[in-house]
Design a binder for this molecule. Structure first.
Ligand code: UDP
Length: 357
């Protein structure tokens, strides 16, 4: 059996690494294609080293561009490779443009597609990732879901039950495996950054960062909050550009850094008093770690992090943000529990499903 994995952006790498390892352990022939959607060292190379992913067999170097340009470039560049390789399965991950682009090409070449992290829905089509999720799921032969809500969404869209397999959360496989190594980084990180008690912040969704009228008040509120507890902000390249244009002055207790490596970021999540984010993956990782998470979005495609975990939706309500931070600082943050099948063994279950499908 020959399996070809398509990865392109930061959140894909943590999901592909455990699946690649589980299939390698079963002797499956594998190819890894990097579309180049994320290309700089801090958003890509460092993850290959830390996660133990092999060098990609091909890099399509699509780079930045509008959603249309990126999707079209991946489609154009991946087609000849798929025709040449004719894998038995193509594995696509999550909800990025590379995911939907590869699925479209495979569907027309009649190459079987397995979608890892299938079935998630925010029910918000203004979010570009939601379009990618819907289209990828519609085209995939195997829908590998992380939680029961994923199955329910697919059932209600009329998907045949034989295509759906609830395998659990692969991103948590990586977290379970690397948490001890991340923990080793903590003493130096804490010393070098000069922090002990802090809020960790990530923001990169277009709905928060593209419009200065939205981003400026968020940053100003967080700057106020940093007078009470330091705010550590590893800045995504998209957000860095927006902040540069806005020229907002931030106080010293508001610490901006480059995007962090997986191990450093994991250590900093684990030790944070709270995390404020609009990331999908971070909502899940904080739930696993039992760290209160405040999500700057009106909805989430990962409702289990609210129902079971530590997540609270804040939307863009900055009064609610201040109140939620007050609660956490007063020791009333959510503790939550770990959802079913977020146990570090999702990739093993994926390998089992692939080898028997
Ligand atoms: N992450 C990281 N360094 C950072 C910020 C995030 O390694 O500076 C990791 C985080 O632990 C998670 C993943 O990146 O595993 C989430 O990716 P991102 O927020 O870019 O995408 P999303 O999950 O929103 O699609």
């Amino acid at each position: 059996m020959k399996v070809l994995h398509v990865v392109g952006a930061r959140p894909n790498f943590m999901k592909a690494a455990p699946v690649h390892a589980a299939l390698a352990a079963r002797g499956v022939e594998q190819l890894l294609v990097h579309t180049g959607q994320h290309y700089d060292a801090a958003m890509s190379d460092v993850f290959f080293t830390e996660l133990g992913l092999p060098e990609p067999d091909a890099n399509l170097n699509v780079g930045s561009g509008s959603h249309t340009v990126q999707t079209a470039e991946v489609m154009k560049r991946i087609e000849p490779l798929l025709v040449e390789q004719r894998p038995d399965w193509v594995l696509v991950y999550g909800d990025v443009n590379s995911t939907v682009a590869a699925a479209l090409v495979c569907a027309k070449l009649r190459i079987r597609i397995a979608h890892v992290e299938a079935g998630l829905r925010s029910f918000d089509r203004s979010m570009p990732e939601e379009i990618n999720r819907i289209v990828t799921d519609a085209l995939s032969d195997l829908l590998l879901t992380p939680s029961a809500d994923g199955d329910e969404n697919l059932h209600s869209e009329g998907v045949d039950a034989s295509r759906i397999h609830r395998v659990g959360n692969v991103m948590i496989d990586t977290l379970v495996r690397l948490l001890p190594r991340a923990e080793e980084r903590w003493p130096n990180l804490s010393r070098d950054l000069g922090i002990d008690r802090y809020i960790l912040l990530t923001l990169h969704r277009p709905s928060n960062v593209d419009d200065p009228e939205t981003l400026r008040p968020i940053v100003e509120t967080l700057a106020d909050i940093s007078a009470r507890i330091p705010v550590l902000f590893p800045v995504h390249p998209r957000t860095a550009e927006a902040l540069r244009k806005m020229n907002v002055q931030t106080p010293p207790a508001f610490k901006l850094t480059e995007p962090l490596s997986y191990l450093d970021f994991t250590a900093l999540q684990q030790h944070a008093t709270a995390v404020i984010t609009d990331s999908g993956g971070v909502q899940e990782e904080t739930t696993f770690l039992g760290v209160p998470c405040l999500t700057m979005r009106p909805n989430t495609e990962r409702p289990v992090t609210i129902a079971v975990g530590t997540n609270t939706l804040i939307g863009n309500d900055l009064v609610a943000l201040r109140a939620a931070v007050d609660d956490i600082l007063a020791g009333r943050g959510r503790r939550g529990a770990i959802p079913e099948l977020w146990d570090g063994r999702a990739a093993e279950r994926i390998a089992d499903v692939l080898l028997t499908s």
